[in-house]
Design a protein. Structure first.
Lengths: 95, 95
DNA sequence: AGGCTGGTTCGACGTGTGTCAACATGGACT
DNA sequence: AGTCCATGTTGACACACGTCGAACCAGCCT
């Protein structure tokens, strides 16, 4: 594994390396229709600005995409990135 | 996903959220026999104490186990933890 | 015993990260 | 227009993290 590959992949793992972000990500992923508005998932024990901050981090890492529809902002998971991470873990597991 | 579950899982993702650790982990996993001694994988661009520090972090996260055999210390991946992480990513990918 | 090589631990330094309160933005509704 | 509500942004602070050099431990070798 090259240094550049590691840099890219580590950014994704790092994005999930926080309990709050992991719960937010899981909440979006398991929500009906694969998308959720912020108001539905902001009960994770931290203040609302902190939720927004973490969602921004997840978006920067490429794990989520956001879209504004009227008053609310909806977040959706990016399946391709998820598959890449899963494959990265599956290879050593098979060996 | 509960707060306790997120805490545990986030520790594993966080452990892989560093390029150096990701390369070390990948090197151990892809090494012959599923195990590697530190001297075989310590060419990742950082000093040797730093390598030891990161290996300790991976061990604390439950991703690696270490065993001393004579002069050398061998590290090995923990397959069960790997499978748990993969499942955590596979569930949202399928939905 | 004494030295040599491989690994770990310690102490310290700079940087990054998570968190919040306060403020700004942007759309809906009257 | 003007107000309200849902989000995002900014600034600031404490804490954790990555990194290194130096000191320290654990086995082999002569």
């Amino acid at each position: 594994m090259s240094a550049a590959e590691a840099e890219t992949a580590a950014r994704m793992f790092k994005a999930l390396g926080d309990p709050v972000r992991l719960r937010l990500f899981s909440a979006v992923a398991s929500h009906e229709g694969g998308e959720a508005c912020v108001c539905d998932i902001s009960d994770v024990g931290v203040s609302q600005p902190t939720v927004s901050h973490h969602l921004k981090k997840l978006k920067e890492a490429g794990l989520l995409t956001s879209e504004r529809r009227g008053t609310w902002v909806y977040y959706r998971v990016e399946p391709s990135v998820l598959a890449a991470m899963g494959q990265l873990l599956a290879i050593p597991a098979a060996a």
